[in-house]
Design a protein around this ligand. Structure first.
Ligand SMILES: *Cc1c(COP(=O)(O)O)cnc(C)c1O
Length: 383
């Protein structure tokens, strides 16, 4: 596997390693001072007032959806093109997910089709800034205000994303981030919720740690033993300091990584422009893209090679690739449970059948980039 170019490789440096060793030496492995510091640093980076570090983005989406206090039959709208966690957490919170198709060019939720999906049961919208491209938040926020809906931004791809001067995640009521191993800020497993609503974040913080009373968070201190009281049946979603140790240093480097991701993006756009494939559309003015995924689309009528054959050929050439994602309605569980038909979400379905994500990690060397480009070109030109 040595010369295999892994997909979505994190770039971990000595700072992260030393910080983890420091935690190990101090013997504080659980949630503590470093998680707190990472929370504060992240909130500052996002221009958000409050934040809560968690052990995954899925945990964050779950808690955010629970805060909607959904009743049976209540609906939450999201995109047909996202990771399954966005939809699963709506279900776990007792809601009914309602999907909107994507825009065929931006691959984000088609905001023009959003309003038609709103019913008297709709409680919230979860836009996903797909691949790191900002959704049109002006439109989404004005619809949410008109119908009195909450907005939870799924920012798993959107750490660096900015929309008209506003940081992604700090526009809706809550923003939820992922620090999974392949994400732009990687700690292994981790997540964060940000919000300007203090009482919301403090309630979620209690839910995230067994439902134990606030004091329990600082229970092990030197100013005397504190008993905890359980105030609700909570979850076990807190971020350990080992993870936060990595996060603190990854965050410091995020802007430097972003420059490298942008350089790779521009290189691919230039090198692939004459290939018979679809590339990401132009980045909207007045927005900053997070360059989390570089998706290409293989329309079989134009490329004469099936998407899955291309995936295998890339792997055979020792290049890791991904599929982000097959559309949500194409998974058997949702089909059975909600009677969804792929044909009702044609743009997401087509994209899901044609897309390939090629590596865009800041860890890639120039040699690796040359190889990715030449192998991609030679497969697609039939050589
Ligand atoms: C990765 C991802 C998640 C889940 O993140 P975890 O931290 O792995 O729980 C949710 N939504 C989207 C769009 C993602 O890409």
């Amino acid at each position: 596997m040595e010369d295999f170019i892994l997909f979505g490789q994190p770039k971990i440096g000595e700072d992260e390693i030393n910080e983890v060793i420091d935690s190990l030496r101090k013997g504080w492995l659980g949630t503590g001072p470093k998680s707190k510091r990472f929370e504060q640093d992240f909130a500052k980076y996002k221009n958000s007032k409050f934040s809560l570090a968690l052990n995954s983005c899925t945990a964050g989406l779950h808690l955010s959806c629970l805060s909607l206090e959904l009743k049976p039959g209540d609906e939450v709208i999201t995109t047909a093109m996202t990771f399954c966690a966005t939809v699963n957490t709506i279900i776990h919170a007792g809601g009914r997910p309602v999907l909107v198709d994507i825009d065929p060019l931006t691959w984000n939720i088609d905001h023009n089709k959003l309003e038609k999906k709103i019913t008297s049961k709709t409680k919230a919208i979860i836009p996903v800034h797909f691949a790191g491209r900002a959704c049109d938040m002006d439109v989404i926020m004005s619809i949410s205000e008109k119908y009195n809906l909450k907005v939870i931004e799924d920012c798993a791809h959107a750490i660096e994303t900015i929309y008209k001067g506003k940081k992604a995640g700090a526009i809706g009521d809550m923003g939820v981030f992922s620090f999974y191993a392949t994400k732009n800020l990687a700690v292994g497993e981790g997540g964060m919720i940000i919000s300007d609503n203090e009482s919301l974040i403090s309630r979620l913080k209690i839910s995230a740690l067994h439902g134990m009373s606030k004091d329990a968070w600082s229970r092990f201190s030197d100013d005397g033993y504190k008993h905890y009281k359980v105030e609700m049946a909570g979850f076990k979603y807190n971020m350990p300091d080992i993870q936060a140790s990595i996060g603190i240093h990854q965050l410091k480097k995020i802007d430097k990584f972003a420059l490298k991701r942008e350089r790779i993006w521009n290189l691919y756009m230039q090198e692939f422009k004459n290939l018979p494939i679809s590339l990401p559309c132009k980045i909207e003015s007045n927005t900053t893209h997070a360059f989390h995924l570089f998706n290409i689309c293989l329309d079989q009528n134009k490329t004469h090679i099936k998407r899955d054959v291309f995936l295998n050929k890339m792997n055979y050439n020792k290049i890791g690739v991904g599929v982000h994602y097959e559309s949500i309605p194409s998974h058997p569980y949702y089909k059975r449970k909600f009677n969804w038909d792929c044909k009702d979400y044609p743009n997401a379905f087509k994209f899901g059948n044609e897309t390939v994500s090629i590596p865009i990690s800041p860890k890639l060397t120039d040699n690796e980039l040359d190889k990715i480009i030449s192998v991609t070109k030679s497969i697609l030109s039939g050589k």
